[in-house]
Structure formats: structure tokens, C-alpha cells
Design a protein around this ligand. Sequence first.
Ligand SMILES: NC(=O)c1ccc[n+]([C@@H]2O[C@H](COP(=O)([O-])OP(=O)(O)OC[C@H]3O[C@@H](n4cnc5c(N)ncnc54)[C@H](OP(=O)(O)O)[C@@H]3O)[C@@H](O)[C@H]2O)c1
Length: 418
Amino acid sequence: MNKTTSSRQFDVVLWGATGFAGKLTAQYLAKTSTSEPLSWAIAARNEQKLQTLQKELQDEFPDATAPEIIVAESFDLPSLKAMAKQTKVICSTVGPYAKYGTPLVQACVEEQTDYCDLTGEVQWMKDVIEKFHEQASEQNVRIVHTCGFDSIPSDLGTLHLQLHAMKQHDAPAKEVRLFVQSASGGLSGGTMASMINLFEEASQNKDVIRTAMHPYSLNPPEKRHGPTQLSDNRYGHDDLINSWVAPFFMASVNTRVVRRSNALMDDIYGKDLRYSEAMITAKGAKGALASTAITGAFMAFGTTMAIKPTRKLLQKHVLPKPGEGPSEEKIVNGHFSCLLVGEVDSDKIKVKVSANRDPGYGATAIMLAESAICLAKDRAKTAKLDYTLDGGILTPASAMGEVLIARLNASGVRIEVK
Ligand SMILES: NC(=O)c1ccc[n+]([C@@H]2O[C@H](COP(=O)([O-])OP(=O)(O)OC[C@H]3O[C@@H](n4cnc5c(N)ncnc54)[C@H](OP(=O)(O)O)[C@@H]3O)[C@@H](O)[C@H]2O)c1
């Protein structure tokens, strides 16, 4: 355990608890505290909303450890530092992160508090890496982005596959492909706000587009190169699985995270790893048709979001507003399944990552909360893994590795070799 934080009052403070993803994460933490000791607090900018949430949690989980309340505002650094000082870990669901996230990372690095979040904003992560990686490494502070549906299935799925390959064949697979087999759920206002913010930043600053397009944009500066990668917008027939595929909209985030993991973990998957993602449509003519239709819709959505007037129209009339999200029924009845495939010595290794909850909220709340608990309680275990790092701007694999995989497998997000 980190000596500086071992005596702190809380294991976890959940900041953004009054938002859509935040409430689901708070419910999961409350439920967990009935079976595992957990000292925790809910935090946000609005005290009244926090009191209402605290009461709701007490009514829904009478046997849970009641969370305390902390008020902290994203542009008030002293309030963020005061919050960071009280806890081993801060788990943040306050987004868009590019708008609100940087002062909290600064507070966590300065107060030596571990941190995890749900960002999928590559341009912001690159900025955070440039500003804080060195200091966080020196201070042994673990700042871990992308602890939700983006990018845990990709990052921990690849780690699981490659560790299996190395155990069986003494060598990692040179290429890994992730295929989304099925997914059902919805989107929240916060997710749409983050996406809109990305398009707005891109329209004002060409560097944002360059960062988003660069396949190695999240790698350390001296490792921002590697083999040519398959397109993030890949469609057509995939011979490896003999099926038609269409673009997966999170590929441009997840692929950068997997490549950063490899770079941080001393190229554990090899210097020439090729990693890509796509969505399975189907086999045969039906699959070909669906591949074309989905690719067309994907491109049309991208174009609509890139043009300011149509983006504003979508935002005003179609997309969910901050605080809104999919219904409880959609969350509980949702599911996802991703298949990762790698080949070594003609042996096809397959790893499946799946959950019986919608990917973006039900399953994401589990992934984020378990990441926070893992950071707070399992440092001694993660330190024993020879590929994890003690500090820096990290990824789920390079910070928590198999320790988090074990936690997720016990919590309903399955990561298993098929
Ligand atoms: N990686 C994934 O798979 C995944 C999945 C889901 C969500 N996300 C990301 O998670 C983030 C949150 O999404 P969401 O749908 O939960 O959003 P949301 O419902 O709008 O919630 C945002 C939260 O941030 C708080 N907030 C806003 N401005 C603040 C400020 N200036 N200071 C302090 N707190 C502030 C809000 O407080 P109030 O209640 O007072 O407004 C609320 O608690 C987004 O960036 C989204 O993209 C990622």
C-alpha cells in the first residue's frame, strides 16, 4: 500500500455521483459495501443533489456503508485538493473530461491520490500525459483513464489473450483483432456532450484531428511509431473470422489505449503488434449488405457531427441531455459480447469479453467501480505483477492487469479464453 495514503479516511471518493453514470456507479459501490468493507464518499458540485442521492442510496441499500458527502467544483482547485487529500482513490464521472477534468488530475498528482475515470477523449488524454506523466511516475501516483466499456474489454482482453499466448507458445500473437459480436444498450447526455465537445475542439484546432488520426498518439513520445495498422473504419469481409464487418465507433480510442499499454509495459506484446477493431455484421449476402449499410450510417453520422449547424440541430432536438440516459429496463436487459482473436504458430487463440448488462452504463459502472476498489485495496497484489507500473498516466492493463481481470470475472464482466 502507498505509505502516503494508507491512513486516509476513504478508500474511494466518487466525484460526479449526481450524474447518469455516477449514480449507477454509486449504486454499485453501495451494493459492494454490503459484502466487502469499503469507506467511501459521494462528491459533486451540488450539495442538495448529493443529499438526495445519499438518502436514495440508504433507502435502496439499508445494509450498505453510508457514503459521506463532499462538495467540489471542477474549476476550484483548493476544493479538489481538499477532496483528494481525504482518500486513497478518486473515481471521476465528471465529463466532458477535456472541459472539466484537468484540475482534478493535477490535484490527484499533487496530493498523491490514485485516480480512475471513464474518458474516451484521446486529445485530452494526450494533454494529460504530456503535462503529468513524469510527475505522476516520480510520485508513484496511478492515473488510469478509460476504465469503462472504452477501453477495458479491448485493453484487458488483449492482455488476457497475450498472457495466454506466452504461456502456451512462449511468444505473443503478432496481430490481435477485436470483433464486437453483439451489443445492446443506449447513450447518455454526458457521452454525447463529450462527443460534441470533441467535434467542437476539432473544428477550432487541427492538432485535435491529427491526434485523433494518429495510430500511436497516446504512446510515449519516443515510441510514437510502429507497423502500419488496419483502418479504424474497417469494413468488408474479414477472412480471419470468415464474416463481414463494419466500423466499430470506439476503435479510434481503444486501439490507442492498447498500443499505449504495450509501450508502457516494455513492448510485452512485441514491438510490431498490429491491433484493430471492427463490428461483426453476419456471414453471406446479408452480412455484406449490413456491412455497407452500417458503414454508410457511420460516415453520415460523422459528417453530421462535423458540420456545426447540423451538430447543433442534433444536439437540440435528437440527442439526450446531460443527466439523461437509457432506461433501467434497457440497462438491465442489455448485454455485450466482444471476441478477440490472435494467432501464434497456427493456433488461433480466442478471448471473449461479455456481460449481461448494457455496455455503456450497467457494465461500465461495474468496470469503473471495480477499478477504483482495485486501486484502493489491491496495490500489494498489482505490484507483484512484473508488467505493471507503480505510477504515471496509465492504462487499466498497465496499472492493474490480471488483478482487475479477476475482480471483473467475479463481478459479472467475464474475460475468458474460449
Ligand atoms: N467510457 C465509457 O464507456 C463511458 C460510459 C458512460 C459515460 N462515459 C463518460 O462519462 C462522463 C459522464 O457521463 P454522464 O452521462 O454520467 O454525464 P452527466 O449525467 O451529464 O453527469 C456529469 C456529472 O458531472 C458533474 N459536473 C458537471 N459540471 C461540473 C463542474 N463544473 N464541477 C463539478 N461537477 C460537474 C455533474 O453535476 P450536476 O449533477 O450538478 O450537473 C454530474 O454529476 C462523460 O464524459 C461520458 O462520455 C463514458
